[in-house]
Design a protein. Sequence first.
Length: 154
Amino acid sequence: MIFRSIMNTPCGNILLEAENDQLIGCRFIFASSTTNTNQETPFLQNVKKQLEEYFSGTRKSFDIKLAPAGTAFQQSVWQALQKIPYGQTASYKDIAEKIHNSKAFRAVGMANNKNPIAIIIPCHRVIGSNGKLVGYAGGLDLKQQLLELEQNNL
């Protein structure tokens, strides 16, 4: 059974989704949801606690079981994203090289776009090779806000 809960954060509302005490979704929502989201579980309460610590600047990494659904390639990209240190960035090309497929930087961008677990799988830390902010499902303002939050809490 999938459990859902909405969390209010300084960056907006986040929809959390869990199944079998594993996080399968963490995404920003910008409209009211009609989904049943009053499904608190101890696991989701722990996820919220860790996200609250992240937003307050006291948590730099997460200890949450993740189960994002995706292809083998997407999984490899998402694993690489989790290795980008807090407060730092990497380019799409950097990630492609980390997964031993240096020409796949566009495919890395597409996998980044399909990331179902924002913040915890830190796709906001991926930037263009020219150092500019590019592409973020929540918009570039939100991406900038998350990067600034991390920079200010180093």
